[in-house]
Design a protein around this ligand. Structure first.
Ligand SMILES: NC(=O)c1ccc[n+]([C@@H]2O[C@H](COP(=O)([O-])OP(=O)(O)OC[C@H]3O[C@@H](n4cnc5c(N)ncnc54)[C@H](OP(=O)(O)O)[C@@H]3O)[C@@H](O)[C@H]2O)c1
Length: 344
């Protein structure tokens, strides 16, 4: 079925799968660059909305993943979670086994490290293809401004070949210089731990300010002057404003997936991440409030309306503080909060 394309001359034919908050903005920047070189990109998304927007910017819409594979020798993917990545790559591997042209797959989603390894190993049965794991840092607004931080892992030659494309979407590229693709996913989880830890800290501090009747505007001014870091200033502003729209977000659902992954990584490696445990509880509370599709900075709402699980934690904490001489005083953080990783 794909035979008519077997003999197409090998030149860069870029395909993109997954046009969500991140994928759309990244693909759009790459498409602009390709258009400047009189090239175009082929895109596919599960639902057509964003693919149609890309068409207005000159991209070609594939009728199916099969159509996209037939037309591409470089395929980027940006998908919600591990399940989506596994589902799409199952189809991609099947098709990759049927084509003679070689394809470089560039997987940019935040997935668990062992899944990256599994995908690379699955692809190894068709050795003309290459699998790169290249997760990205930055919210959709940074993706739109082409100011992401890219992390690369996988075959060095393929990374060099695609480096120019990566630069059209990012301000910094961190080359891990390893063919072990699980490293980039682990790196991404470590980076996201710093992000979610920052959010937890800001949410707690801003709630304290609110409850102690400390002027919010002045607190924001203080943060800007004392911690002039985009993540601090942006997230503190987001937490003190009503959510404007559901566009340009990193959702609570995606955040929960990331925090669940970092907790699992901590458990498997013997590290301890009490901050991630606390943040996980708080994100879960926001999800229970029916806000799984809100920006994950709404973690601040969990502190306003305690959920039963959190109240339980607070009761335990009070018990710890109240009985300084008692045995409870030796309770560890894991007694207070759930174990570092559970299968929820
Ligand atoms: N948002 C951020 O700030 C941010 C920052 C850095 C990294 N990331 C990571 O980047 C990835 C994408 O995030 P996002 O914010 O762009 O998510 P998103 O807006 O929810 O987009 C998810 C994409 O995955 C597609 N998808 C979901 N399930 C699928 C399935 N079963 N089969 C095929 N396609 C499927 C969606 O298609 P539909 O459009 O049809 O639903 C959409 O294109 C995630 O791994 C996330 O962790 C996000």
């Amino acid at each position: 079925m794909l035979g008519h394309l077997f003999h197409v001359k090998q030149q860069d034919r870029v395909g993109w799968i997954g046009l969500g908050e991140m994928g759309y903005n990244m693909a759009d920047n790459l498409q602009r660059y390709l258009a400047s070189q009189s090239l175009t990109m082929t895109v596919w998304n599960r639902t057509p909305g964003n693919a149609l927007k890309m068409q207005h910017h000159g991209a070609h819409i594939a009728r199916s993943i099969e159509d996209l594979v037939a037309q591409s020798n470089i395929i980027f993917t940006s998908l919600a979670d591990d399940a989506a990545v596994e589902e799409v790559y199952e189809i991609l591997f099947d098709l990759a086994g049927q084509v003679e042209h070689s394809i470089i797959f560039v997987e940019t989603s935040t997935i668990y490290p062992t899944l990256a390894t599994k995908l690379k190993e699955r692809l190894a049965v068709t050795p003309q293809h290459t699998y790169l794991q290249c997760p990205v840092f930055g919210r959709p607004s940074l993706a739109k401004a082409a100011k992401l931080v890219w992390v690369t892992s996988g075959d060095e030659k393929a990374i060099k070949k695609l480096c120019l494309y990566f630069t059209t979407m990012s301000k910094t590229i961190i080359h891990l210089k390893t063919t072990d693709v699980s490293r980039a996913s682990a790196f991404k989880l470590v980076g996201n731990f710093f992000v979610v830890g920052t959010m937890e800290l800001l949410a707690e501090g801003l709630t304290l300010a609110e409850k102690a009747d400390v002027d919010q505007e002045s607190v924001l001014k203080f943060i800007e002057a004392f911690f002039p870091v985009p993540s601090w200033t942006e997230y503190s502003k987001k937490m003190t404003q009503a959510p404007s729209s559901k566009d340009g977000v990193c959702t609570v659902d995606i955040g929960l997936k990331d925090v669940k992954h970092m907790r699992q990584l901590a458990q498997e490696t013997g590290a301890s991440l009490p901050t991630a445990d606390v943040a996980y509880n708080h994100l879960l509370t926001v999800k229970e409030q029916g806000k799984g599709d809100h920006d994950w900075s709404s973690i601040v709402n969990s502190l306003k309306t305690p959920a039963p699980s959190r109240r339980q934690s607070e009761e335990n904490y009070t018990a710890v503080c109240a009985s300084e001489d008692s045995e409870t005083n030796s309770k560890s953080m894991t007694d207070i909060y759930p174990p570092a990783y559970d299968s929820k």
